[in-house]
Write a protein that binds this ligand. Structure first.
Ligand code: BMA
Length: 822
């Protein structure tokens, strides 16, 4: 097999579309992989769609048809078969080589292969890939489907009719930047005799044996008359099977005794083995090969009925795992920009926030192999949605066959990855069917249940029997039980944020919470880079344009209720809404983790953004960490101590997600805001076993304040500590924040030492306001009077500021809780 990448020399041109389009050159240089937006930006024919309100005037791009063209030389390769291999075309494309049509494609989530041997010439060749506008393609499908297409859909565009990334049409955190393009590599592959077709590796752990069982399809060149052999090697083991001439299926297996086992982050290591599969001709020459890094582990989903309802617990290597995670959306609206470095940075951010799971949400893509490779290496478990989100989907043709083919390919491509632990049918579609009034509109028409309850579980069982499948997020496990029930399956909590305050998290004890979130604007540096300076106000056109949720900015203020007064200026608005986001999510996680093992997972909406925007994300569209990221790091710590209401009083709950028992002294102390100790409770040793919780009563003389507005509780358990304030911030008589601040050079940045002269709550250092790329190691730190804390800041040099600047970017809850200090 010889591969010639077609990755240089392409051009694009606009074929047809709205008259609102600017005049464009006849041909524009194109990057492949890429898309038309990236090329138009690179050629400076459009402004950056992420800036200001530029998005609005660029609607013509998605409504236009585009031609990709490549002239290339071919030297008449001596091979029996020559294929054009396209790993990703977005979306409805027609391909032509030297004037001959090769075929048409209709699905961005599939790959395509065309036999081009008869159409290639030696010398100059011309390859054309014409993309129809996605909207026009949607209209075509709508016409074909008739009334079957006229079914509920929560978001704009035809994303429930065509197989294109749904959020490309706009979402409640994403712009409408409908694009077209060759978004994954395209190449000419020449081969003789035989090649490897699809490969389905079942990689598992059975007892103490690692099993690598590969179902291999062999494709024969037409003139092939030879037999072949497959050779598999992994972990020092080798297996060989003969493939008779014309045989298209083979099974090959290696078993490794006592392999090093792959574990999720925090539970053990992530050893990966090189797996190598060779297809050999009868002369022993390599015809084709395939390589992956694989990890041995077992996974199942425990849904055993219990006195509450039924469990929803992932069990890895026979150990129940509490999933500490976040939802993942495409990291950029323009997918080809997401490089390996960027995936690695984002996945490292997840790991550094003590996460062990990311959920790849169904309105995006089946991620690139790079994503799963990085998750494998980091020990980040992946929950993979099939690509259906917030809509009903027709089950008629031509949609059904596209979905089946797409699912088959996605399952096969992703099954080598150890990190992938569960397949999920859809995002919120079963919930929508039950609770969003869809049934009134649908009548008897199909809406997608046939995919989630029938087709997809069958395909997973057939293709990837080593992994669990769940029909939806949320889903209770039965169409007889409300999909978003607390007692069964996985739940989304969205009334908190949308309607009610975050104290409501405590009303729910879900078995697994696969979505819950709270919005805040991006960091200052990211906002400053995406809106003009005169637009730096909460309700300016620029800032509002970078807020896509219905009444999102109103909800930001609504959510401050009783905690903080409405901010009076832009800087306070940024800080207080970001602080409230961090507080809200910690409140939810601490509560749900304190209810292990009833609840066995919290997947926050969302870790990342695809552009600069006010959203639920912890890391903003430029990769900067919002205060929420630091809150996640604290609330997802393997050793969590949290104070929770229990009965009439308070308990400290120790949550031990570390692999060792936790046996340490416990102290709970009540102080007044001046730092005077008022009451104390000490226990010589508390035992909290590994992967367990222990509730520690706080005696009422310690838990009951004299003056709830001027006192706080502080509990410590070994390396963990928890604070408890008896009132919401607006009722607290915080002292005016007083502190000393000092900085010192280090080899990779500076340290900043903050010494509290008064109680300081939620100390945050917004160093991005001094140097856009500066990053602090921790935030949201409480300091009692007299206490010091040293922060590490990287990406900054002493020349950029003086210590007075530092004190202006230090913010605390004291500053914003009430206008009058005491
Ligand atoms: C759920 C998600 C997303 C959405 C989020 C915030 O609906 O599945 O569709 O972005 O909530 O509203």
């Amino acid at each position: 097999m010889k591969r010639q990448m077609l990755d240089t020399g392409w051009t694009i041109s606009r074929l047809r579309g709205p008259s609102t389009a600017p005049t464009l050159p006849n041909t524009i240089p194109a990057a492949v992989p890429g898309n038309v937006h990236l090329d138009l930006m690179a050629a400076q024919l459009i402004t950056d769609p992420y800036l200001d309100v530029n998005e609005i005037s660029q609607d013509w791009i998605g409504r236009s048809a585009w031609r990709y063209r490549l002239a290339f030389d071919w030297d008449g390769e001596d091979a029996e078969r020559i294929d054009l291999s396209c790993l990703g075309l977005d979306t409805a494309a027609r391909l032509e080589l030297n004037g001959t049509a090769l075929g048409e494609t209709r699905n961005m989530h599939r790959s395509y292969r065309f036999d081009i041997g008869d159409h290639l010439k030696s010398g100059r060749n011309e390859l054309i890939v014409d993309f129809q506008s996605a909207y026009e393609h949607g209209e075509d499908v709508r016409k074909q489907l008739g009334s079957a297409a006229d079914i509920p859909q929560n978001y704009p565009g035809p994303s429930n009719l065509i197989r294109k990334m749904a959020c490309n049409f706009g979402w409640d955190w994403g712009p409408t930047v409908v694009t077209s393009g060759i978004w994954k590599p395209i190449a000419i592959e020449s081969w003789s005799k035989a090649r490897l077709g699809s490969i389905r590796p079942e990689i598992t752990l059975q007892g103490s044996q690692g099993v690598a069982r590969l179902h291999v399809e062999i494709e024969w060149a037409e003139k092939g008359t030879d037999s072949a052999a497959l050779v598999l090697s992994v972990g020092g083991k080798r297996a060989e099977v003969r493939v008779a001439q014309g045989e298209t299926h083979a099974l090959i297996e290696c078993r490794i005794d006592n392999p090093r086992v792959w574990w999720p982050h925090g539970m053990g290591g992530q050893p990966l083995y090189d797996l190598d599969l060779q297809l050999l001709g009868s002369d022993g020459a390599t015809l084709d090969h395939w390589k992956r890094r694989v990890g041995f582990r077992s996974v199942r989903l425990d849904t055993t009925p219990d006195e509450i309802g039924s469990a929803f617990t992932l069990v890895v290597n026979d150990v129940p795992v509490f999933a500490r995670g976040a939802n993942w959306i495409p990291d950029d609206c323009f997918l080809p920009r997401v490089t390996r470095e960027r995936y690695r940075e984002r996945i490292t951010q997840a790991r550094d926030a003590n996460m062990n799971m990311l959920r790849v949400w169904g309105g995006g893509i089946y991620e690139t192999d790079t994503f799963y490779e990085e998750c494998d290496a980091a020990g980040i478990m992946v929950w993979q949605d099939f690509l259906f989100a917030c809509a009903t989907y027709p089950e008629e043709e031509p949609v059904y066959s596209e979905i089946e083919a797409e699912a088959r390919e996605a399952i096969t491509r992703l099954m080598p990855y150890a990190s992938l632990v569960i397949w999920n049918g859809n995002n919120e579609n079963i919930w929508g069917y039950f609770d969003w009034g869809w049934q009134d509109v649908l009548g008897n028409r199909p809406w997608g249940a046939g995919y989630y309850l029938d087709l997809l579980p069958k395909l997973v069982a057939e293709i990837d029997p080593t992994r669990p499948y769940w029909a939806g997020s949320p889903y209770s496990g039965s169409m007889e039980i409300a999909p978003n029930a607390d007692e069964h399956g996985c739940k989304h909590i969205w009334d908190v944020w949308n309607e009610v305050g975050y104290e409501t998290y405590r009303n729910y004890i879900p078995r697994f919470c696969s979505e819950f979130g709270w919005q805040a604007p991006p960091t200052f540096a990211t906002l400053a880079q995406s809106v003009r300076e005169k637009d730096r106000a909460p309700a300016s056109p620029g800032v509002l344009h970078h807020q896509k949720a219905t009444t999102g900015n109103d909800k930001l203020l609504m959510g401050l209720e009783d905690w903080f007064p409405h901010p009076q200026n832009f800087d306070d608005w940024l800080f207080v809404t970001q602080l409230n986001q961090a507080r809200a999510i910690s409140y939810g996680i601490d509560h749900m983790r304190s209810h292990r093992p009833t609840c066995m997972g919290t997947i926050v909406w969302q870790i990342n953004d695809c552009w600069p925007v006010t959203s639920w994300a912890a890391v903003d569209g430029a990769g900067r960490k919002k205060p929420l990221w630091y809150a996640l790091k604290h609330s997802y710590a393997p050793h969590l101590l949290t104070i929770q209401p229990r009965g009439d009083g308070l308990a400290a709950v120790a949550v031990n997600d570390a692999t060792l028992f936790w046996r340490v002294p416990f102290t709970a102390e009540r102080f007044d805001f001046n730092g005077t100790l008022l009451a104390r409770h000490h226990v010589w040793r508390i035992l909290c076993d590994r992967f367990e919780n222990t509730d520690i009563d706080i005696p009422s003389d310690v838990a009951t304040p004299g003056d709830p507005s001027r006192e706080f509780l502080r509990a410590r358990l070994g390396d963990a500590e928890a604070w408890w304030f008896f009132e919401k911030d607006m009722k607290l008589q915080y002292p005016k924040p007083r502190f000393d601040i000092e900085s010192a050079d280090t080899p990779d940045g500076i340290t900043v030492t903050v010494t509290a002269q008064s109680l300081l709550r939620d100390v945050c250092l917004f160093v991005d306001r001094i140097s856009p790329n500066a990053e602090v190691d921790d935030m949201l730190i409480n300091l009692a009077p007299g206490e010091s804390r040293r922060f590490k800041v990287k990406g900054i040099s002493r020349e950029a500021f003086d210590d007075a600047d530092l004190s202006t970017v230090l913010r605390t809850a004291n500053q914003v809780a009430e206008p009058q200090h005491h």
